[in-house]
Unconditional design. Structure first.
Length: 148
C-alpha cells in the first residue's frame, strides 16, 4: 500500500503551502490536497515533478525508504525510458506480457502500451510492479541507475 503521508511531511518540512505546491505543479490546490490525504493517487508525471523539485527520490516521497538523499537524481520524466525499463525487467525475469498483466490485474494490451511508452502506467500499478520485482521506483522511472 502506498503511503502518501510523506507528501505532507515533506511539504511542511520545506514550509510550503498546498497552494504553493499546486502552483509549482500547475494543478488545483484541491487536487494536490486529495493526493496528500490519500483520497486519490498522484499520477506518475507529477510524482516525478515533485521528486525533481525537492531533489528527493520517488521511493522516499512514497515512504519506501527513509533515505532522503538523492545525490544522483536524474531530472525529468521520459515515458519511453520507463517503458523500456519495464520491458527489460520483464524479460530479465523471463516473463511474457500476459504474465505481467496477470500480476498487475490488467489486460495484456496495457502492458504492450506501457512498454512502448504509448500510455503511462499508473502510480499504483508501478508500485505493485516494483514490489513484485524488488526494484526501486526511482530507478525504473529513470531517475537513478537500475541495479544489475
Amino acid at each position: 500500500m502506498i503511503n502518501y503521508s510523506k507528501l505532507k511531511d515533506i511539504r511542511e518540512d520545506k514550509d510550503i503551502s498546498q497552494e504553493e505546491i499546486s502552483k509549482i505543479l500547475n494543478i488545483p490546490r484541491s487536487t494536490y490536497s486529495m493526493w496528500e490525504i490519500g483520497i486519490s493517487i498522484i499520477p506518475l508525471p507529477y510524482l516525478c515533478k515533485l521528486s525533481d523539485y525537492f531533489n528527493y527520490s520517488i521511493d522516499y516521497i512514497l515512504g519506501l525508504t527513509n533515505n532522503k538523499s538523492n545525490k544522483n537524481l536524474i531530472k525529468g520524466f521520459d515515458i519511453k525510458n520507463l517503458g523500456n525499463n519495464l520491458k527489460s525487467i520483464r524479460l530479465k525475469n523471463e516473463l511474457s506480457q500476459e504474465n505481467v498483466a496477470d500480476i498487475l490485474e490488467v489486460k495484456q494490451p496495457c502492458i504492450y502500451k506501457y512498454e512502448k511508452g504509448l500510455i503511462c502506467i499508473s502510480t499504483s500499478n508501478l508500485y505493485k510492479f516494483c514490489k513484485e520485482f524488488n526494484i526501486s521506483m526511482n530507478e525504473i522511472c529513470g531517475k537513478g541507475k537500475i541495479s544489475k
